[in-house]
Write a new protein. Sequence first.
Length: 751
Amino acid sequence: MACNTDSGKIIAKSDHFKLKVDSLLNIMTLEEKIGQMNQYNGFWDVTGPVPNEGDAEKKYEHLKNGLVGSMLSVRGANAVRAVQKIVVEESRLGIPLIIGFDVIHGYKTLSPIPLAESCSWDLEAIRKSAQVAATEASAAGINWTFAPMVDISRDPRWGRVMEGAGEDPFLGSKIAAARVHGFQGDDLSAINTIAACAKHFAGYGFSESGKEYNPVDIGASTLHNIVLPPFKAAVDAHVKTFMNAFNELDGIPATGNAYLLRDILKNKWDFKGFVVSDWASIKELVMWGYAKDNKAAAKIAAIAGSDMDMESHIYVSELAQLVKEGVVHEDIINDAVRRILTVKFELGLFDDPYKYCDEEREKEVIYSPKHMDAVLDMAKKSIVLLKNDNQLLPLKKEGQNIVLIGALANEKNSPLGSWRIASKDNTAISVLEGMTEYKGNNLVYKKGADVTIGNTQFVNELKINTTDRSEFKEAIDAAKGADVVVMVLGEHGFQSGEARSRTEIDLPGVQQELLEEVYKVNKNIVLVLKNGRPLTINWADKHIPAIVETWQLGTQTGHAVAQVLYGDYNPSGKLTMTFPRNIGQIPIYYNHKNTGRPVADANNPNLVFWSHYSDVENTPLYPFGYGLSYTTFKYEGLKVSKQKFSCAEDITISVKLTNSGKYEGKEVVQLYIRDLVAKVTRPIKELKGFELVNLKPGESKIINFTLNKHNLGYYDNNGDYAVESGDFEVFVGGNSQSTLKTSIELKQVLY
Ligand code: BGC
């Protein structure tokens, strides 16, 4: 029996600019309208195939003729002013450009990569981090970011997991909304806010075998319950734009996918903003074998609902003719242009096209002390303590001989990650620099080995793998007498990110060997990981007493890592992506299905025919939601206010949390449910709530969660939200494998 559910219709947005948009549209020629749907890259940075020669001249001509609505990757107040001046002063209608840029985790002052930030589970900190990014970018002429990326992914082979919020749609939705609010603020016309863009719509994180740009072949249940919720959350947070994706979804490329763009996004969700294609993805419809030529690609993409063409140069060359031939109705063009112009009005660009070009403000806010503090705070909150046997951490502050090993310990570039186009090279505080500030110990640094030879920004890893072990000996000799060895190992900054799929996700190069060699002479090792994706670190987990996941933490990396290692900050991060034991377990994620054979049959001597691998356990190395602290937490007294409840009622789940250790610390208390029987089978656990709780040693607090029918439903295979009565299990704890549980029953409601 189904409960009554809300329609899910979002509150109608203001039509404040409708009259202005319509009157402008009335005086535009068809070519000028199509011009608004055309976006060009600046003449320098390129994140896709390099444009042809003569490109710059053509772009300049088009700008003057009102045939460009947006530029991407033009940055800096001066440069944006110059390009804006061309359209404002030389084109017939002087419609200002909207200036887009990949402000992914900061403009110049960089926060941690988004995957790392998600491990803080701290929505307010994440919102502030996006606000810092918007403040800097908006001073440098930019008024639109291609973020947040809200793609859920279960495959750490895929390099872009670094850019998302991990594997869970509930947490991913909360973070999507926090980032949209951070970028857009309450008032889009304010000088320090910019339009956000939910990307990549949709399914990109499920690229087959984790290989970049591969097809996506998921079923309706995964699409509606896992992939789409964070996009819907972004719409509900009033995100202004969407970007479509490079992938196809079940045979239909996302860029030409009317089901996604029209039926779901623009009709069902009533999204009022505009959709930009991904880089040249309209042209790529031809390569997919979905359009026979550029003209067909333009037709398909426009009709499907891609409003703006990023760098395919196809709308501008093909659409007018298609309209004249009656193949594409002018209403399609009008709708796209209305959407684009509305966002420009909302940004205030028609009042002052140069309002984001303020050289003074640019100087003042970029790399400002306030921003440095903000990204340091975010960086500390993003660190996850994976293992800490015998309380090797925190390090003692005095009288210790500490040997620091690893090329990444002395790196000022890798910690910036791969999305740092505007940031100056080598501007991160290295771990070595951060640790050197603690003067009470004797600190010796040895490289031991490189990760790769040179950087992988534009080079395939295969060409730059290192086999050089010549500096092993020096590092091993230094480690011999040390009280503690801190080894900073992991991935180079450009080993994750777009087009950085990997089939092995262990420590690259000779780093694993180095770790094992050092371990032979000194077992007191703290392994500090720097990486953009979960890694397979089985050996380290078995042998190394302390492991800290620090990801790529941005500008303040070294300070954040040192403060955590020395205990000036008690780590509180929890993983948002499962760490597999080996590559063969992928995709491995906490919210999986039970299967018909979840456990071995104890009565059957032949323990083979159940859902498992013959050569590795079913469990991951570290589960979703997992992370330690220097203190310990005790959960007890799980209670439910009412065991049986109706569709109209709220119930409260409460638990007592005690800090049972010696340090003040923060815990992410997590609530999961399991819907035991449904018309479409449900996962064995689903996150439905979490709370960050700070407690002094010995302190306790009762944590309450509210549940009602809204938390207990799911999307059926038509994409409709369904709530079914029946039994649910409720779990509360510090990670997705916590076993403290109770049960509830949602009573049947008869209409
Ligand atoms: C990426 C997008 C990005 C765009 C512009 C593409 O290659 O997939 O996420 O926003 O380039 O740089």
